[in-house]
Write a protein that binds this ligand. Structure first.
Ligand code: EPS
Length: 362
């Protein structure tokens, strides 16, 4: 299976299956001299992990990172960094029944049609378990971006089903299991999720992600546009069906006089563009949003076919998320950080000598 690598100069290759012995990644192109220790992966891996609240899958993985290479005496050496996480809480018998059938809405059918073989245990390679390694790799990217450029990448859950936040406070986002920016609505979400779980169904979600501190100039027209690479990166996350940059599909109903972000030397008047013009960062916040479909693994029986092409009813077992969007915020941050790190290095390689032509417009 090809296409397991991502990025041109900061290249991340992930490997492993949900119920295999381990998952891992190799990061090639990390600049030397960055301090990094195994403990530093803890926070983001815990933010993404299953089993942290009753509203997500109850599979409990320790997600302990082992640094196998590329770090000497606590610093990156510039050689490939290999990270490994051993799987410890697989329950493969839950997948015995679906080995011969295709779960509707899942990658089972397409993997089978494409490869003629698949690992059905926990969804194998198509499982959201793989996103663990993206988050791990991005711990390094986030740290380098913060130290070198003062870039901060943050996300939040912007919608579950029909519910949107009534108010917004970044300080609240990390204080509830949903990454929800309105503290007053957390109990409403708890009840909503409890009822949903009891019904055996699932629901979709929207996650927004923002990068502050990105300097002007990152992104490569024509085929390496920053927004193009961001869209591809976010779209590569399991269950993502839509990506918007800036006002996204909202631009359809706008007029040019409203959409263009007017400029003065002391600042942009707005940020409808989401911090990217012509595929290159403006120096404003980079704004992206992604839509996640409702989890396909639900307790409600559904029609499908088996490997013999016969009609069957499928009931999905396993420990699944009634809303995958709840755990997607750190994953969206990770993909944005990986894209930004790659583009920081790419910009430095080609245009590092150009310097800044004008004082930055804030
Ligand atoms: C997943 C199914 C569940 C989730 C898993 C993603 O796995 P299992 O059925 O083996 O318990 O728990 O997510 C993770 C383990 C993780 O770390 O994200 C799926 O179908 O994608």
């Amino acid at each position: 299976m090809s296409s397991n690598s991502f990025g041109k100069l900061f290249t991340v290759t992930t490997f492993g299956e949900s119920h295999g012995p381990a998952i891992g990644c190799v990061i090639d192109g990390c600049p030397p001299g960055l301090s990094i220790a195994e403990e530093e992966f803890r926070t983001d891996l815990d933010r993404r992990a299953t089993g942290k609240s009753r509203h997500t899958s109850q599979r409990r993985e320790a997600d302990e990172v082992e640094i196998l290479s590329g770090v000497y005496e606590g610093k990156t050496t510039g050689t490939p960094i290999a990270l490994l996480i051993r799987n410890t809480d697989q329950r493969s018998k839950d997948y015995g029944d679906i080995a011969q059938t295709f779960r509707p809405g899942h990658a089972d059918y397409t993997y089978w049609q494409k490869y003629g073989i698949r690992d059905p245990r926990g969804g194998g390679r198509s499982s959201a378990r793989e996103t663990t390694m993206r988050v791990a790799a991005a711990v390094i990217a986030k740290k380098w971006l913060a130290e070198r450029y003062g870039v901060r990448v943050r996300g939040y859950l912007a919608q579950i089903g029909e519910i949107t936040p009534g108010s917004f406070d970044w300080n609240v986002v990390e204080q509830n299991p949903f990454f929800w920016p309105d503290a007053h609505e957390v109990s409403t979400l708890e009840s909503y999720m409890d009822a949903l779980r009891k019904s055996g169904d699932s629901v979709g979600a929207r996650v927004n992600v923002v990068a502050d501190g990105v300097p002007p100039g990152w992104g490569e027209p024509i085929y390496g546009k920053l927004d193009g690479d961001l869209a591809a990166a976010l779209m590569s996350i399991n269950a993502v069906k839509g990506v918007e940059i800036g006002d996204g599909f909202g631009v359809v109903a706008q007029h040019g006089s409203q959409h263009r972000d007017e400029m003065a030397i002391d600042g942009f008047a707005s940020n409808h563009a989401g911090g990217i013009l012509g595929g290159i960062s403006t120096g404003q916040a980079i704004l992206a949003s992604m839509a996640l479909k409702p989890t396909s693994s639900i307790l409600i029986p559904g029609h499908s076919v088996n490997l013999a092409g016969e009609p069957v009813d499928v009931v999905t077992k396993g420990r699944h998320d009634p809303c995958v969007g709840i755990r997607a915020t750190p994953i969206a941050e990770a993909m944005m950080a990986l894209v930004l790190m790659d583009h920081a290095l790419r910009h430095r390689a080609q245009c590092g000598d150009v310097g800044e032509m004008l004082p930055r417009i804030p």
